[in-house]
Design a protein around this ligand. Structure first.
Ligand code: AP5
Length: 212
């Protein structure tokens, strides 16, 4: 099954994508993670993306479309995949269509803006393996230390309050129109993103069972 997770920054796309990917045994492709990895290793693409990602702006379409094209050609996508954070603009969605990729379901996780700030500013990520935590909602066993690999937890630069506000306005302006794009294609399923992670997973799975 080919799935897209749509939603505002901090809506819980990454959290849900990871759970669903394990259940269906398909890979999650997160453009945010791919770009952050390139930034960490200092590749040419990472250097190009740095100023955009750190200021909460979208990386130019041609860069992310190139990333996705290359990633979808890998063998592990044969039985399906989850796109987490792509597409984020209409031209990106059109590029996916032009690649001949058929999307079975688009899951839109809805969380009001006023709840996003608490989620984002409380998020901490492992500087080494990338695992994600939250100061209140998903605490590590030992403060500031990753449960998986023991490395230090850090705050993403783009999780600073001002940058979160910028990311939210970019979302409303450039990404939200994708809801109509996929609704017109009868592919959109809307999920209430408030509540326990496990309850939200149940809602996501029921939208996926209702595959158009
Ligand atoms: P990206 O990494 O994709 O950021 P995002 O979409 O803003 O996603 P986040 O990881 O911030 O949020 P999420 O919805 O995955 O939430 P999560 O599950 O982590 O992109 C970063 C940047 O890269 C962009 O700004 C852009 O510059 C660039 N980029 C990436 N893709 C691009 C593209 N296609 N085009 C152009 N540029 C692109 O949850 C957030 C927090 O909330 C966590 O701490 C979690 O523990 C907590 N949480 C989750 N669920 C719950 C719950 N139910 N209750 C309470 N807390 C919860």
């Amino acid at each position: 099954m080919n799935i897209i997770f749509l939603g505002a920054p901090g809506a819980g796309k990454g959290t849900q994508a990871e759970i669903v990917a394990q259940k269906f045994n398909i890979p999650t492709i997160s453009t945010g993670n791919i770009i952050r990895e390139a930034l960490k290793t200092g590749t040419e693409m990472g250097l190009k993306a740095k100023s955009y990602i750190e200021s909460g702006k979208l990386v130019p379409d041609e860069v992310v479309i190139g990333i996705i094209k290359e990633r979808l050609e890998k063998g592990d996508c044969g039985n399906g995949f989850i796109l987490d954070g792509f597409p984020r603009t209409i031209p990106q969605a059109e590029a996916l269509d032009a690649m001949g990729i058929v999307i079975d379901k688009v899951v839109d996780i809805e969380v009001p803006d006023e709840c996003i700030m608490e989620r984002m500013t409380g998020r901490r990520v492992c500087g080494s393996c990338g695992a994600s935590y939250h100061l209140i909602f998903k605490k590590p066993a030992q403060d500031g230390i990753c449960d998986s690999c023991g490395a230090e937890l850090v705050q993403r630069k783009d999780d600073a309050p001002d940058t979160v506000a910028d990311r939210l306005s970019v979302y409303h302006e450039q990404t939200e129109p994708l809801k109509s794009y996929y609704s017109d294609k009868n592919r959109l399923g809307i999920v209430d993103g408030l509540g326990d992670v496990a309850d939200i997973t149940e809602r996501v799975l029921s939208v996926l069972e209702d595959k158009a």
